[in-house]
Design a protein. Structure first.
Length: 238
C-alpha cells in the first residue's frame, strides 16, 4: 500500500514502523495545511490514516472525499457534527472509523451485543474502563462504542458515573472511567443478574495492538466501495 499519515504522534509513529516492516510505502507524513488542496499531495495514495485530533477531521475528510481516497480514522472524542461529516465523506470514499483498532475489542463488541440479546431483559449492564493518567477524555471512545454495540438504538439511557442519592437502579447502561498509572487500556462489560454475574474483559498490554489493527484495517478498506465502515466490517468479510 501507498499510505499518507496525517499527524505524527505516538500512534502514527508505530503505524509507520509496522507499515515499513511489512513492505508498504509511506507516501507522506503531513500536517493539516496540506489537506486543503489535493494537488499538494506527495503522490497518489491508496489510503489516508489519521489518528490526530478531532479538530483536524474536516480537512482529512474533505481531502478524501475530493480525491476518493479511502481513510482509516482513529480520532476519538467526536461530536455529532463530526459523525455527520464521516457520513458525508463516505458518500464519495470508503471511510473506516473506529474508536479502538484492537482486533480483540472488535470481537468483544460483537460478543457484548450477543449477550445483551440473550440477557438484556433480566440483567443490568455496566461498563468500566481504565486508562493511563495522561488520557485527556473520559469516558473512552471504546466504552461509548461498547454501549452503542450493546444498544445501537439508544433505548437505554447512559449514566456516566453515579453520586449522591440516586435511588434504585433503572434500566440503563452505567459507564465508569478510572484513570491512573500507565495502563494502555482495559475495558470490562458486566452483565449482572440475580445471583450471577457474567463479565467480558479486554486488556491492552501496549499500544502496538492498535497500530496492528490500523494496518489491517487499511488493507481491508482499500477493497471497499464508498461507505462508512467499522472494524467488524473488515474482520467478518474474511
Amino acid at each position: 500500500m501507498n499510505v499518507i499519515l496525517v499527524g505524527y504522534g505516538r500512534m502514527n509513529r508505530m503505524i509507520e514502523d509496522m507499515l515499513i516492516d511489512q513492505g508498504h510505502k509511506i507516501a507522506g507524513i503531513v500536517d493539516f495545511d496540506f489537506l486543503s488542496s489535493p494537488d499538494e499531495a506527495p503522490e497518489r495514495a491508496d489510503v489516508v490514516i489519521d489518528f490526530s485530533h478531532a479538530d483536524n477531521l474536516t480537512k482529512t475528510l474533505s481531502f478524501c472525499a475530493r480525491t476518493h481516497t479511502p481513510a482509516v480514522i482513529g480520532t476519538t472524542n467526536l461530536t455529532d457534527e463530526h459523525r455527520q461529516m464521516l457520513w458525508e465523506a463516505a458518500e464519495n470514499a470508503p471511510i473506516l472509523y473506529s474508536a479502538n483498532y484492537s482486533l480483540g475489542v472488535a470481537v468483544m463488541k460483537r460478543a457484548a451485543r450477543m449477550l445483551y440479546e440473550a440477557l438484556g431483559e433480566d440483567f443490568d449492564i455496566e461498563i468500566v474502563e481504565t486508562h493511563h493518567n495522561k488520557k485527556a477524555d473520559a469516558p473512552s471512545g471504546t466504552a461509548k462504542a461498547l454501549a452503542d454495540a450493546i444498544d445501537p438504538e439508544h433505548t437505554l439511557p447512559r449514566v456516566y458515573g453515579r453520586e449522591g442519592a440516586t435511588g434504585a437502579r433503572k434500566k440503563e447502561i452505567g459507564i465508569h472511567a478510572v484513570r491512573g498509572g500507565t495502563v494502555a487500556g482495559e475495558h470490562r462489560a458486566l452483565f449482572l443478574g440475580e445471583d450471577e454475574i457474567l463479565e467480558i474483559r479486554h486488556e491492552a498490554a501496549s499500544r502496538r495492538i492498535f497500530a496492528a489493527g490500523a494496518v489491517r484495517a487499511s488493507a481491508g478498506i482499500i477493497r471497499k466501495k464508498p461507505g462508512l465502515y467499522s472494524m467488524e466490517d473488515i474482520l467478518w468479510e474474511e
